[in-house]
Design a protein around this ligand. Structure first.
Ligand SMILES: [Zn+2]
Ligand SMILES: [Zn+2]
Length: 88
């Protein structure tokens, strides 16, 4: 069963069970913006696919995870530093 993690691992935006989100096979979870920018999972290198939604009545019985996973290193992958002028 999917954990349905509550947030994007990269930018920490909230991703409730009904929100559009993408996951890898290990369920690293990303918002659409980060997933598009990353192209693949930055943790395991695997592909990202749309996370299925869970019906409300199932959520009542099988609640989504509330454990936020946040990877601060991910942001660095997204925002490539601008090419700074070198000493020459
Ligand atoms: Zn994100
Ligand atoms: Zn992954």
């Amino acid at each position: 069963m999917l954990e349905m993690r509550p947030s994007c691992e990269c930018c920490d935006i909230a991703l409730p069970p009904g929100a559009e989100a993408l996951i890898c096979s290990f369920e690293c979870t990303f918002c659409p913006d980060c997933a598009t920018a990353l192209g693949k999972c930055p943790n395991c290198g695997g592909g990202l696919v749309p996370r299925p939604t869970r019906a409300a009545e199932k959520l009542a019985r099988f609640p989504a995870s509330t454990a936020r996973v946040f990877n601060p290193d991910c942001k660095g992958l997204l925002s490539q530093p601008p090419s700074l002028a070198t000493s020459d």
